[in-house]
Design a protein around this ligand. Structure first.
Ligand code: MN3
Length: 199
């Protein structure tokens, strides 16, 4: 079966006023859909057809060289956005567990320090890309990736991801990426972070 566009787990306006409805509609229905369509086109007729974006990205050496960069871009666009929608929730609907607090404090000093470091990393990313909290099997760290490059391709597990492409915020925040990042913290799905940390 071809890769399909994930359904949003909430309404388009559920993340207002932090992430606006119009941005959500364009971002999910247009941008994400395009990655889905393009990935399906790329893998059609290859042995990758029928695999999930995550499966494909986890083993890039199995991707024919001719389509590899395309698959990194389009497959990353599918997988990263699936994660992004899941990692957000309406304001106040989730809370930070003691376990998550402890894990983040242990690695970054305190929860506030973690947020500061993550935000600074996202604000400092030049061009288009993502900021991640990742688990490499030994420790948690914050890292940026360019374009749609995904931590899963480096054998890392994404715990939390923030899309800092301009399409993620430009309609509401224009050039004010820092304001978008500050607002986004209000809609982080901490239950999902706990779930991913626990595994
Ligand atoms: Mn995006």
């Amino acid at each position: 079966m071809a890769v399909t566009l994930m359904k949003l787990p909430y309404a388009y306006d559920a993340l207002e006023p932090f992430i606006d409805e119009e941005t959500m509609k364009f971002h999910h229905d247009k941008h994400h859909q395009t990655y889905v369509n393009n990935l399906n086109k790329l893998v059609e007729g290859t042995e990758l057809e029928g695999k999930s974006a995550e499966e494909i990205l986890t083993d890039l050496s199995a991707v024919p060289e001719k389509i590899r960069q395309g698959v990194i871009n389009q497959g990353g666009g599918v997988y990263n956005h699936d994660l992004f929608w899941t990692e957000m929730a309406p304001e106040g609907s989730t809370s930070i567990s003691e376990g998550v607090k402890k894990a983040l404090s242990g690695n970054f000093g305190s929860l506030e320090d973690f947020k500061k470091k993550f935000s600074a990393s996202a604000a400092g990313l030049f061009g288009s890309g993502w900021t991640w909290l990742v688990w490499d099997g030994h420790k948690l760290s914050i890292e940026n990736t360019q374009n749609q490059d995904s931590p899963v391709s480096e054998g890392k597990k994404a715990i939390l991801g923030l899309d800092v492409w301009e399409h993620a915020y430009y309609l509401k925040y224009q050039n004010r990426r820092a304001d978008y990042i500050d607002a986004w913290w209000n809609v982080v799905n901490w239950d999902e972070v706990a779930e991913r940390l626990g595994k």
